[in-house]
Design a protein around this ligand. Sequence first.
Ligand SMILES: Nc1nc2c(ncn2[C@@H]2O[C@H](COP(=O)(O)OP(=O)(O)OP(=O)(O)O)[C@@H](O)[C@H]2O)c(=O)[nH]1
Ligand SMILES: [Mg+2]
Length: 452
Amino acid sequence: MGDAPTRRGEESHRGAFGEFGGESTGLIDRAFRERIVLAGVTLRRGDQETTEASLDELAQLVDTAGADAVARVHQSRESPDAATFVGSGKAEEIREVSEEHDADTVVFDDELSPAQQGNLTAILKRSALDRTAVILDIFAQNASSLEGKAQVELAQLRYRLPRLRGMGKVLSQQGGGIGTRGPGETQLEVDRRRLMRRVSRLEADLKRVRRHRATQSKARRRTSNQSVAIVGYTNSGKSTLLNQLTDAGVLVEDRLFATLDATTRRLDLPGGESVYMTDTVGFVRKLPHQLVDAFKSTLDVVVDADLLLHVVDSSDPDPIGSIDAVHYVLREIGADSVPELYVFNKADLAPVEAARLASREPDSVIVSATTGEGIEGILTEIGSRLRVFTRLLSLLIPFDRGDILAMTHREGEVLSEAADELGWLVEARLDEGSAGRLAEFVVDPDQSGSSG
Ligand SMILES: Nc1nc2c(ncn2[C@@H]2O[C@H](COP(=O)(O)OP(=O)(O)OP(=O)(O)O)[C@@H](O)[C@H]2O)c(=O)[nH]1
Ligand SMILES: [Mg+2]
């Protein structure tokens, strides 16, 4: 973390470790924006509204990638056509629409098989791409750390390898644009075996990073601080929240996938204890499995967390769909058993919806990460969910209550202990539950401070 994310045109996307140097197409600096036709299919069990919403999001993804969606085509069918996904009649129609709008590329909202992609490219007479290619392209543009770049490159190679054969001709005709940037763009003649070697090399590098990371987090655990990971849909306000809680200074942008690298900061709780809090990559509907897989080393922090803060954009037109998409990815990476605290964010924009969402989820919090409203509620909830010591109490325990003194030692952290005329004077850090049970022994109410 640290560098601003790479933007298109600032730097060619070479291999993270330099092996691919000199193979950029040079077309990424094109002054014009690529023109895109979007194609969505509603299959048997889906409904058209969901498809349209997904196409809205695809248009946003295309825009983030630096291109313009100029038209969209929709189709309902029982199941995908094995050869062309949409069926040949529809493919002809898409070609006509593309010609009408002078489009460079057609992007399908679902992942195309290599064969479908090849066939469609031939019928459409322009490149046929899918949502996965667009997301990979955004990631390629945003990756800034070595690790981030390596992960994106690995995902791209795994996506491209099976598609190499069909793509060569197309690339030589079309050149540049979404789906062609990143390492390997002029790879018509690149030998597959070389790419395979590159894949193994990246896998080995990333495995090393993961091992190193595991050692670090073990060291962190020894300090006994617990860890909290911020997860959520892309653009929901995760980085804004980390900045608000810890002054982390993470880049915040009204842009999809602004964050790809994990940033960890210490968060001090009111009782004096601290936790480690990590902001990381956002999720999206149909997040490419190649990316989820390649981002294992970044996402380990989510799997190993003691608590997830699931940030939800309350102004999202379909917040439940986005929550489901996040849960889908969490399941895929094996983090679905980590306790989850819902944070309904952007309450300044959508107060009614935030309240409605929060009423469905007990113990959730409503916040505005930009204004800071409701932020203390997060500290209180983290304290009670993690059972960390959020209370610093002075207690006077009568000499005949050795059981209470023992309990204080057992459940909390005793900072000082002295015999007074009336009993033991004890200063201790405790969690909310223990603090409640010891309430009658608290002496200095000023110090019993609330957790919020
Ligand atoms: N009005 C309002 N805007 C917010 C709030 N929180 C975040 N935003 C805005 O939402 C946009 C995305 O915020 P980020 O913090 O970058 O979101 P993120 O979840 O980290 O996004 P990615 O890293 O791209 O996945 C920015 O324009 C923020 O200023 C909020 O509480 N209220
Ligand atoms: Mg972010």
